[in-house]
Design a protein around this ligand. Structure first.
Ligand code: NAD
Length: 348
């Protein structure tokens, strides 16, 4: 069976992780990546044997540094079935209009965009536990942001099992990714935005249009992970053990016992991932603290953590198989993605 030929545009926090994940998948081929800046990322790609492409007016900048590129983005697009766009928020629209759209219209290309784009960029917004089947009718997909992915995973799973009446969540956002040395706040808690609701609730609705959800968000000086305080009203009375049993059916949601393991902070989650020699200490699973799960009648409350750099990676891989109309999608895809990426094997 021929492999799905994939290209990745943008080789930053998200793009380099997607590129590595694609390269690991037995049914996919990473044909190349697009970079516009001739920096150490080029050398990393070269060392990994990944062909690097760029845009026409940047070729000389790469040449000046002695970096050999395979060709232009147009050359890459001719050789692939699916482009995963992981350029900074807003650029996806530019690339869509300038490069992807005409090939998509001719049936020669399908595209995946990230959560920094407005939802109109693609046919659908996507989460594998919520609306994976919709990918089979789409030619372009937007993977919602890291915070929205975390919220949707747990909302969809609990909605299927118990019915979700409404969700209220407070999002405590990391200030920057670890590599970003120019972003803050340095010593503050910043309202993000000052008004309630924050945009996260609207983003959840791009996948679950009928859900009653409101969110508030603040930014704090950490780079490791986001934390959400989630309050839900369910359609039935639930016990804590029923919630835990339900969540344990899903590899991409891990319930961690803070008292038993001592993992009561994002720093300790990250340290455990480092000790387990996880690549880049990535934690694509949504982490829910077992001790925080509290129920009263049909009310539910808990705390969860989201590793912003990696949570969207499995969703991108499943979306590729959805666009490629792979046999057995979505169940077989979700299983294969999890097994190849080692998802769910985190401290038992
Ligand atoms: P990033 O800045 O780390 O990476 C973007 C990469 O694209 C960089 O390597 C940059 O050099 C390159 N780039 C810049 N301009 C370009 C251009 N014109 N053409 C091609 N490449 C260009 O950004 P990121 O954090 O990887 O974010 C990418 C997308 O993923 C955004 O939509 C973002 O909202 C979304 N996202 C980010 C996170 C996160 O926490 N970092 C989480 C989920 C989703």
């Amino acid at each position: 069976m021929s492999k799905i030929r994939v290209g990745v545009n943008g080789y930053g926090t998200i793009g380099k992780r997607i590129a590595d994940a694609v390269a690991k998948m037995p049914d996919m081929e990473l044909v190349g990546i697009v970079k516009v800046t001739p920096d150490y990322g080029y050398l990393v790609a070269e060392q990994k044997g990944i062909p690097v492409y760029t845009i026409k007016d940047r070729i000389d900048k790469f040449k000046d540094k002695g970096f050999k590129v395979e060709g232009t983005i147009e050359d890459l697009l001719e050789q692939i079935e699916i482009i995963v766009d992981a350029t900074p928020g807003g650029y996806g629209f530019y690339y869509k209009e300038k490069y992807y759209e005409k090939l998509i219209n001719k049936g020669k290309l399908k595209a995946i965009y990230q959560g920094g784009e407005k939802s109109e960029v693609a046919d659908i917004s996507f989460n594998a536990y919520c609306n994976a089947e919709e990918a089979l009718k789409a030619n372009s997909i937007r993977i919602v942001s890291c915070n929205t992915t975390g919220l949707l995973r747990v909302i969809c799973v609990l909605n299927n099992a118990f019915g979700v009446e409404k969700v209220r969540a407070t999002i405590i956002r990391r200030a920057a990714d670890p590599k970003e040395d120019k972003r803050g706040p340095v010593n503050s808690v910043k309202l993000n935005p000052p008004k309630i609701p924050s945009h996260h609730a609207l983003d959840v609705k791009t996948v679950m249009p009928n859900i009653d959800i409101e969110t508030a968000a603040v930014i704090v000086p950490t780079t490791l992970m986001h934390v959400h305080s989630v309050y839900m009203v369910l359609k039935t009375k639930v016990r804590v053990d029923e919630i835990i049993d339900e969540l344990s059916n899903y590899n991409r949601i891990l319930v961690i016992d803070a008292e038993k393991t001592g993992i009561d902070s994002t720093a300790k989650i990250v340290e455990a991932a480092r000790d387990l020699l996880r690549s880049r200490y990535d934690i694509p699973e949504l982490i829910i603290w077992k001790d925080s799960i509290y129920t009263r009648e049909n009310e539910l409350w808990f705390l969860q953590a989201v590793h912003q750099e990696s949570i969207v990676v499995p969703e991108n891989i499943d979306a590729i198989r959805g666009l490629a109309r792979t046999d057995g999608y979505p169940d077989k895809s979700i299983k294969l993605t999890d097994s190849v990426l080692g998802i769910g094997k985190f401290l038992g």
